[in-house]
Write a protein that binds this ligand. Structure first.
Ligand code: BES
Ligand code: ZN
Length: 597
């Protein structure tokens, strides 16, 4: 038995599926998908084949030629789900599974019409990373295996469907009032990049190879926000070589989407909180686009090597931001990232094994291990390599790395071996083993500074002494400068201080959610009542975990905000994504006055 991925029942000694054919019927009333999955094997096989499944009802399994395949559903393990053990007759080339998803499949969020912008039609979206694909399709749910796929999705009219794949036509469905959308994904992807969304969708062309999809009510705003997409793709190609996925389209989801963005190939999923109106939050698009190389072409073997996906992508993101918006903007981005890193280190404790880059996660739910560490510590490690090798040599290394490992999934150790072969001695020179295998942030971490950044930090620090920046200064601040200033302020500010900030920086009315949430976090932690209405509104509407965690945490400081948090959570919880609900609940459970459990 060779089970290498701690989060999968897949056994590397068993046959592999390399192509998936999917037939999905989306039933909004039952909140289920009726599915047929055909797994085409790499070679004719016989004997045991273990698949992953979670909250799936498997109805029937047969071979491609119609012979019945005995199967056994194992116990429901909390993190992994159930092992689905098939006994393949000799010469099996293809396995067909008929199944149904459960209304609480962790990969899926089913939205009622009230949870959408339009308010008239339901919406469905998937989030398969890290290990939720198994609740959408029974398969070998490990990033070590890649598959190509094709799919037919039947949805009620007038809804549309998109997937992480190229469109391959549409037509009337098998039942009245339905329509079928077909997709084809010719490039092999890890299962966590399977993605599906169904809703009332429209799209706008952004450039020769990209469009943005959204509900009709938001599509114009989205098209304006993401108008620079082609320029981003072109810059990314300068850095990493040709874009290999044909099109780069995006979908703006309803606000309960639990992440900022998800790099589903050919169809990045995005939170609508990016629609600030002034293109100030496009870093997230740059990030998801960069995953087209780091993550989607070269993929982490499993979640213990997640930093290979996110650390390299944040590094790439900052290189692209530098090319697109200049060095000053990039220094601010690093400073904002540093705050996130400090917060994660504090939350886990600096000695925690979860602050290592290469982690050990057997028995740990990867959603619980999620933090800024693989992102920001990872990106600092890559930058250290870049600075030590020199940019030119390192950029050449990155191109070779991408060429060597494209369409494969690798471990930290494979990366290290390749680094050693291409740039001998560099790993030991920078202390790579401390960076990768030890907790905390090593003392040779690169520093990112500029006079502008130093000025903002000093100004924020002088706030407690009663100093206030002049109107003429704040009026000229970019959104990132405003954010850096806010992040440098004390975590608790008296009433006049809050009132001054809100008036001088027009905070409560901001459309930029990074600034808005930073402000509301400050206001909540300061028990500043005039901001409560907006706070409540954001918590009821937005499910992005990055925002819920600090907001609910700050509300734990005062009795009045604790009561507000509990009241708002009770109302919002049924509408949150299951991941968001879990994050918010875990924060509220830790309030000082929480009844001991
Ligand atoms: N792939 C991640 C999102 C993710 C990670 C989903 C792990 C599930 C498990 C995506 O690329 C991401 O990092 N999104 C960030 C964007 C940011 C770093 C610019 C987010 O959602 O905030
Ligand atoms: Zn990412």
């Amino acid at each position: 038995m060779a089970r290498k991925d701690p989060h999968s029942h897949a056994d590397s000694d068993q046959p592999r599926a390399r192509h998936l054919r999917l037939l999905l019927r989306v039933d909004f009333a039952a909140r289920r998908i009726e599915g047929e999955a055909a797994l085409e094997l790499a070679a004719p096989a016989e004997g045991v084949l273990d698949l992953d499944s979670k909250a799936l009802e498997v109805l029937e399994v047969s071979t491609g030629s119609g012979a019945s395949v005995p199967f056994q559903v194992g116990p429901d393990e909390k993190v992994l789900g159930s092992r689905l053990r098939l006994s393949l007759p000799a010469g099996t080339r293809e396995v067909r599974l008929r199944y149904r998803t459960s209304p609480d499949a962790p990969a899926l969020q089913w939205l009622s019409p009230e949870q959408t912008e339009g308010g008239r039609h339901p919406f469905l979206f998937s989030q398969c990373q890290p290990i939720h694909a198994r609740s959408l399709v029974p398969l070998q749910d490990t990033a070590r295996h890649r598959l190509t796929y094709e799919a037919e999705v039947e949805v009620p009219e007038p809804l549309g469907a998109v997937m992480s794949a190229g469109p391959a036509g549409e037509g009337p469905g098998s039942r009245p009032g339905t329509r079928v959308f077909r997709f084809r994904m010719p490039q092999p992807i890890p299962p966590y990049l399977l993605a599906l969304a169904v809703g009332r969708l429209e799209s706008r062309e952004l450039g020769p190879r990209s469009r943005v999809f959204a509900e009709p009510e938001t599509v114009e705003k989205a098209a304006h926000e993401f108008a620079e997409t082609e320029a981003m793709i072109a810059r990314a190609e300068d850095l990493f070589g040709p874009y290999d996925w044909d099109r780069y389209d995006m979908l703006v989801l309803p606000p309960s989407f639990p992440y900022g963005g998800m790099e589903n190939p050919r169809m990045t999923f995005l939170t609508p909180t990016l629609l600030a109106g002034d293109r100030s939050l496009v870093d997230v698009v740059v990030h998801e686009l960069a995953h087209s190389w780091t993550g989607n072409l070269v993929t982490n073997a499993d979640m213990e090597h997640f930093w290979l996906n996110e650390g390299f992508t944040v590094w790439a993101e900052r290189r692209l931001v530098e090319a697109l918006h200049g060095e000053e903007a990039t220094v601010l981005a690093w400073a904002i990232g540093e705050r996130a890193l400090e917060e994660s280190m504090e939350r886990f404790g600096a000695g925690s094994p979860l602050t290592r880059l290469r982690t050990e996660l057997a028995g740990t739910d990867p959603d619980d291990a999620f933090s800024s560490v693989p992102y920001e510590k990872g990106a600092r490690f890559v930058t250290l390599l870049e600075r030590t090798a020199g940019r030119q040599r390192f950029d050449r290394f990155m191109r070779d790395y991408m060429a060597r490992f494209r369409f494969t999934s690798i471990t930290t150790e494979e990366f290290l071996a390749f680094l050693e072969s291409e740039l001998p001695g560099l790993a030991s020179q920078v202390g790579a083993s401390e960076w990768l295998y030890e907790p905390g942030l090593p003392s040779n971490a690169p520093v990112f500074r500029s006079p502008r950044l130093d000025g903002l930090v000093a100004m924020a620090q002088s706030f407690a002494r009663g100093e206030r920046p002049a109107n003429s200064a704040t009026a000229a601040w970019s959104p990132s400068e405003t954010l850096v200033y806010l992040q440098g302020l004390p975590r608790e500010i008296e009433r006049e201080g809050c009132a001054w900030l809100d008036a001088a920086l027009a905070l409560t009315g901001r459309g930029n959610h990074e600034i808005l949430v930073e402000w509301l976090t400050l206001a909540a932690g300061s028990d500043y009542e005039p901001a409560f209405a907006r706070l409540r509104e954001v918590l009821l509407r937005v499910g992005r975990m990055k925002y819920l965690r600090p907001l609910y945490a700050a509300m734990g400081r005062h009795p009045r905000t604790r009561a507000l948090a509990r009241e708002v959570f009770a109302e919002a919880a049924p509408r949150y994504h299951s991941l968001s609900r879990r994050v918010a609940a875990s924060v509220i459970e830790k309030y000082d006055d929480a009844p001991a459990s």
